[in-house]
Design a protein around this ligand. Structure first.
Ligand code: DAH
Length: 341
C-alpha cells in the first residue's frame, strides 16, 4: 500500500512536470485527485486495513495528496506566468503609428478682433485701461455731459441695478474716459475695450450684451488733425494699407465737434459689394474732440489741454471683417461656426 502511494505520487509529479498548459493540469487533477482518481480509490479501500495500518496509510495518503496539490498549484502559477509572457511578446506596439490628435481649440473671432485692435493701438503707444461693468450713473452719463433729461439716456436703454437710480450696467465704454482722466495726468493715451449692456431685443444686429472699445488722447495742443491721423492709421492696420477714411459730422454729448468715421470697404476697395451694401464705405466708429465741459468735470484745465476720443462697437467690426451676417452666431458658440476662424 505504501509503495502504491509512493508510485502515485511519483507518477503524478512527473506528469505534472511535463504538463505544458492549464488544460492538461486540470485533466491531471481529475486523474489523481478526482472522485474516480487513484488516490481516492486507495482511501476508499482503507476499510480493509488493520487497525494499526489505517492511521499510517491515512496519514501517508494525506501527505501524497498535499504534495500533488502543492505541485499542481506551483505549475499553475508557472504556466500562467509563461502564458502572460508569451502574450506580451506577441503584442508589439508600433510607436511610429500616428496617434489620435486632440482637437485644437480656436480663439473666438471676437477675441481675435479685440487682440488685433489692441495691438494696433499698442503699436501707436496707447495703454490699455480696464474698468467696472457695473457703473454709476455719474460716470456713465453725467460726467460725459449727458444730464438726466438728455435724449441719449433713452436711446441707450439702460439696465439699472435695483431699479432706476445710481447703479447701472454701463451702456458704453465711454465712462472709462472719465475714470482715466480722474486718475491720470496728461499726456493720456489709452484704449479701453470691454463689455457693455443695453436693454435691446436679440436680433441679427442687436444683443443686450456686446463689446465696445473706447479711445482717449489728452495732451497740450491736440487737434482734430491728430484725431484724423491716428484713426486713419488704425483703419489701415485693421482693414489693410490701402484703406481710406472719411469723416461725417455727427453729434455726441461728450465731444465737440463730433464725427463718425467710415472706412473704404476692404472687400471691394470702394466699388460697392455685399459687405458695404453697395456704398463702398463701412461705418467704423464715433469720435470727436473731448468736450471742454467733460475735461473740466474730470479736473483737467480745458484752456491748457485738449484731446480726442473715439468709440466703436466691436461685434460690428468682427462682422464686417469676417463677413458674418448674423450677430447671434458670435454668441451661440457652435463649434462648426467657430472653427472657420
Ligand atoms: N459711446 C458712444 C456710443 O456708445 C461711442 C462713442 C462716440 C464714443 C464718440 C466716443 C466718442 O468716445 O468720442 O455710441
Amino acid at each position: 500500500m505504501k509503495e502504491k502511494l509512493a508510485q502515485i505520487r511519483d507518477k503524478a509529479i512527473q506528469k505534472l512536470n511535463d504538463a505544458s498548459d492549464l488544460k492538461t493540469l486540470e485533466e491531471l487533477r481529475v486523474e489523481f485527485l478526482g472522485k474516480k482518481g487513484e488516490l481516492t480509490g486507495i482511501l476508499k479501500g482503507m476499510g480493509a486495513l488493520s487497525k494499526e495500518e489505517r492511521p499510517v496509510i491515512g496519514q501517508l495518503a494525506n501527505e501524497v495528496r498535499a504534495d500533488i496539490e502543492g505541485k499542481l498549484e506551483a505549475m499553475k502559477t508557472a504556466l500562467a506566468a509563461k502564458a502572460q509572457e508569451a502574450k506580451l511578446k506577441a503584442e508589439t506596439i508600433d510607436v511610429t503609428m500616428p496617434g489620435n490628435m486632440p482637437e485644437l481649440g480656436h480663439r473666438h473671432p471676437m477675441t481675435q478682433v479685440i487682440d488685433n485692435i489692441k495691438n494696433i493701438f499698442i503699436g501707436m503707444g496707447y495703454e490699455i485701461a480696464e474698468g467696472p461693468e457695473v457703473e454709476t450713473a455719474y460716470y456713465n452719463f453725467e460726467a460725459l455731459n449727458i444730464p438726466k433729461d438728455h435724449p441719449a439716456r433713452d436711446e441707450q436703454d439702460t439696465f439699472y441695478v435695483n431699479g432706476i437710480g445710481d447703479f447701472l450696467l454701463r451702456t458704453q465704454t465711454s465712462p472709462m474716459q472719465v475714470r482715466v482722466m480722474e486718475n491720470k495726468k496728461p499726456p493720456i493715451r489709452i484704449i479701453a475695450p470691454g463689455r457693455v449692456y443695453r436693454a435691446d431685443e436679440v436680433d441679427a444686429t442687436h444683443s443686450p450684451i456686446f463689446h465696445q472699445l473706447e479711445g482717449l488722447v489728452i495732451d497740450k495742443g491736440i487737434t482734430m488733425g491728430d484725431l484724423k491721423g491716428a484713426l486713419a492709421e488704425f483703419a489701415k492696420g485693421l482693414f489693410g494699407e490701402d484703406t481710406k477714411v472719411r469723416f461725417r459730422p455727427h453729434h455726441f454729448p461728450f465731444t465737440e465737434p463730433s464725427a463718425e468715421m467710415d472706412a473704404s470697404c476692404f472687400a471691394c476697395g470702394g466699388k460697392g459689394c455685399r459687405v458695404c451694401k453697395d456704398s463702398g464705405w463701412i461705418e467704423v466708429l464715433g469720435c470727436g474732440m473731448v468736450h471742454p465741459k467733460v475735461l473740466e468735470m474730470c479736473g483737467i484745465d480745458s484752456k491748457v489741454y485738449s484731446g480726442f476720443a473715439f468709440g466703436m462697437g466691436l461685434e460690428r467690426v468682427a462682422m464686417q471683417k469676417y463677413a458674418i451676417s448674423d450677430l447671434r452666431l458670435l454668441f451661440e458658440n457652435d463649434t462648426r461656426f467657430l472653427k472657420q476662424f
